[in-house]
Design a protein around this ligand. Sequence first.
Ligand code: AMP
Ligand code: ZN
Ligand code: FE
Ligand code: FE
Length: 290
Amino acid sequence: MADTSNGICDLHVHSIFSDGLLKPDELVRRAHQAGVKAISLTDHDCVTGVQQAEAEARSLGMGFIPGMELSTTFKGTDVHVLGYNMDVTDKSLLGFLERFEAARFSRAEKMVLRLRDQGLKIIFDDVKDVAGPGPIGRPHVAEALLNNGQDNNFDEAFMFYIGRHCPAYVKKYELSPREAIEIIRAAGGLSVLAHPLVGQTGEGGVAEIVEFGLDGLEAIHPLLTQRSRDWLEELAVEKGLIITGGSDYHGDGRSRVDLGIIEVPFEFANRLMNMHKVQSPKPKVQSPLP
Ligand code: AMP
Ligand code: ZN
Ligand code: FE
Ligand code: FE
């Protein structure tokens, strides 16, 4: 079991700038009230909430690490790569995220048209309302369908309409884990594979992605079994990687665990807080987007 005698941290949470329910400052306050000593905001494909979260964390005397969670595709499966400690004002990072967001926006518009072709009652504004500020993803589309009474539950929306191979699915711009690692590194950040072994990637896939230049593995996450965690910790030792952990909190009713429950040692944050990728000179990343 992890040693949490110095307190706990939470290095994976989502705000309204992706698919979470709370504003960044509210989220940080809630975490503080729940006894979390350091936090990283890791919105999907977005760093817009980072400065607000950081200001709140500083005023509460909490540790803070800038973060994000990039969506990538590896051999046809969704793989998430966490970035920590990037310079969130880095021009090429922000330029990339803007283009990624624009691509997601038009993809969501296309999905809505296809859903309407399927006879479902949905307009793009419904999806935009659910998504709020920040990039639009399929979970927002699923929730809009649910709100309109067009499916029985969230999973069925994926099963029948917007899952891969379903009629209203539209491919998104596909970023590879290797490109995500490069984007994070170019902004001075560290890349960590989010919830590895959850989904279809498997041990072989994780081992392959590690070789693309990852800095760490998220070994503590509500969806990870003890067996997976042991395997990840062993791999981290073998490959000299850091380990991280977090709740993946998205707000009440959208999360598997509440804030302050998952036991991630404060030391994990402490180690990360002053770790940046040392770069000299900073590599120029070719944007993978047009
Ligand atoms: P997107 O990046 O917009 O394609 O959305 C991918 C996200 O949708 C994933 O990170 C999951 O959160 C969610 N998702 C993907 N497939 C499913 C599924 N079959 N059931 C429920 N949620 C899913
Ligand atoms: Zn999410
Ligand atoms: Fe994720
Ligand atoms: Fe997440």
